[in-house]
Design a protein around this ligand. Structure first.
Ligand code: NA7
Length: 550
């Protein structure tokens, strides 16, 4: 599989490489391992001072993955499967971070990573990418591979006065490494997406008073978390190859058989039974796996919504609080959350819910939060406001392709990619789980491994044919963007005000960002392109003449 290739060449200044990988999370580590196996001279640059990416920064209390730990791991190196033991069904952030640290050491990747290096600009010069950082060093590389993550650029804080607050302001996406002790404190949390929901249920156990400021309620499924037994782990290890293969060909990158039944193919009683079965199984797909038309049919979707709302009303004692916690959007169209007794938290006497739809937030001031109805005095304020998702990290770097064209300009009306892998006019610039690929709608690790493999195959193909550059054809890119839009339009997804559409960040173009048709179908599309000799990509043997903006 791995082709030995060497393309060492030196041009200009900086560290000279064949490939530079940006980011040392799941994607960057896997890519670097592959590049090294191919004999390429490559390095990772990482702004953090350790590996982990998203799992390095998001250390807030309660942070956990919503994919089962035994599936949220690499499959490409048997020693990693043999030597690592997951302790719980859904791993905590410290355990996932420890896993990635173990991987980096076990695969001897640490020597290939420059930590504390923040990439600021990347310019195409001839057929080289010249990459500058906030300090030293700079890099020159033929291939620039963005492993910058989908949920790594925090959304700018858009609440007036947050810098006036006298107490501690904590952002979940940049949580202090040493943790925070909330004992005896009056804590406020703004944000009730996956992050807020995870943090609230844990902070409530410590704080003296906890006030949750909720703008939009979200659906949350019980994790039904539990410690894993040796027997279960052994069974997973034994069947792992088949398990992962099933995940690769599924919609969401998880090893769960797809249903063939539509919501109204069955009686109401059977429908309830299936929803209950999912609820008791737990996890992000608790209800979505029940029927085929969950994401596409409004009336079908409403049955699952009502089931979820009924559970909230059952769990939460105070009817007014329960009603305020009941979401009204199409279930699944905003990321479904997974919790451990989240709704139960609101039965605790020291936990209060402020419904910002009834009393909008006016500002944060030195003493706490002011709504249109009241002032809430606080000692600490936790902001779980979400991310400039999917495109934020890429566009945070000033990337200039052919003729000095800025990626920010090329994507000003929304990202334009072919297969979520590359963009026209930006030759040899690859993205791992870029926009318009399944990424965030799937088990990220499964999608990352697939992209690492496709990029590895692309580089090997170029080496075999002596090509120096590769990029998508403009028409292929346009067709892909249209295809991704068309697929999304056949679902309920675009109707939601979610970060999948960019609507959560002011000024961001509103387009549906991920590919909705599932990992398995996407994988087939990629394989088809590869089998056809990389249809839709343009290869060149000579570097193009480029004009570089100063
Ligand atoms: P999300 O899902 O984008 O959630 C952000 C939350 O913050 C959401 O409840 C927002 O309410 C709320 N928010 C954002 N800005 C404001 C302001 N200005 N005022 C009040 N409330 C606000 O991000 P998460 O980090 O929770 O989750 C992201 C993904 O990470 C998650 O889906 C998993 O895949 C992992 P809104 O809904 O906009 O009304």
């Amino acid at each position: 599989m791995a082709t030995q290739m060497a393309i060492h060449e030196d041009v200009g200044t900086g560290v000279h490489l064949d490939a530079l990988v940006v980011g040392a999370g799941f994607a960057g580590l896997a890519m670097q391992f592959r590049l090294r196996a191919m004999g390429l001279r490559s390095r990772i640059v990482e702004r953090g001072d350790g590996v982990g990416g998203t799992w390095y920064w998001n250390r807030y209390p309660g942070a956990r993955c919503d994919i089962e730990s035994v599936d949220y791991c690499y499959s490409f190196a048997p020693e990693l499967l043999d030597e690592w033991t997951w302790s719980e069904r859904f791993a905590t952030q410290p355990e996932i971070l420890a896993y990635l640290e173990f991987v980096a050491e076990r695969l001897d990747l640490l020597r290939d990573i420059d930590f504390g290096v923040n990439v600021t600009t990347a310019r195409l010069v001839g057929d080289q990418w010249a990459v500058a950082t906030s300090g030293q060093p700079t890099y020159q590389a033929r291939f620039l591979i963005m492993a910058t993550g989908n949920l790594s650029e925090p959304k700018p804080v858009d609440i007036p006065g947050f810098d006036q607050f006298n107490g501690q302001v904590l952002r979940t996406s940049n949580w202090p490494k040493d943790g925070v002790d909330f004992t005896g404190q009056r804590v406020g949390v703004i944000g009730t997406g996956s992050t807020g929901i995870q943090a609230i249920q844990v902070i409530a156990k410590q704080a003296a008073e906890l006030t949750v400021f909720q703008r939009t309620p979200n659906y949350s499924m019980p994790a039904q978390n539990r410690p894993l037994t040796d027997e279960y782990r052994a069974q997973v290890r034994e069947t792992f190859t088949a398990r992962r293969e099933m995940a690769r060909n599924s919609d969401g990158g998880v090893p769960f058989p797809a249903t063939r039944t539509a919501t109204f193919d069955v009686s109401e009683q059977e429908r309830e039974r299936r929803y209950w079965q999912g609820w008791r199984r737990g996890g992000i797909n608790a209800l979505s796996h029940a029927f085929t038309d969950y994401f596409a049919d409004e009336v079908a979707n409403a049955t699952a919504q009502e089931f979820a709302r009924e559970r909230i009303r059952e769990i939460v004692h105070d009817p007014a609080t329960a009603e305020a916690l009941c979401p009204v959007h199409h279930i699944g169209t905003k990321r479904t959350c997974v919790d451990i007794e989240y709704y139960q938290t609101y039965n605790l006497p020291h936990v209060h819910l402020v419904d910002l739809r009834q009393e909008p937030l006016v500002s944060i001031d030195s003493a706490g939060v002011q709504t249109t109805e009241r002032h809430v005095d606080l000692d600490a304020l936790v902001l779980a406001l979400g991310f400039d998702a999917i495109t934020g990290a890429m566009l945070g770097i000033d990337i200039r392709g052919r003729d000095g064209q800025a990626l920010q300009q090329a994507w000003s009306q929304g990202p334009r990619t072919y297969l979520g892998l590359m963009t026209h006019d930006f030759p040899n610039l690859f993205m791992i789980t870029g926009p318009q690929s399944p990424g965030v709608l799937s088990n990220m690790v499964v999608s990352i491994e697939q992209h690492v493999d496709v990029i590895g195959q692309a580089l090997a193909f170029m080496a075999t044919h002596n090509y120096r550059t590769m990029e998508p054809d403009r028409a292929a890119e346009r067709d892909w963007v249209d295809h991704v839009d068309d697929l999304a339009a056949q679902t309920l997804y675009p109707q939601a005000k979610s970060w999948y559409t960019g609507v959560n960040v002011e000024g961001k173009p509103r387009v549906f960002l991920p590919y909705v048709n599932g990992c398995g179908n996407y994988r087939k599309k990629c394989q088809d392109v590869i089998d056809s000799g990389w249809r839709g990509f343009v290869f060149a043997k000579e570097p193009s003449t480029v004009q570089v903006n100063p």
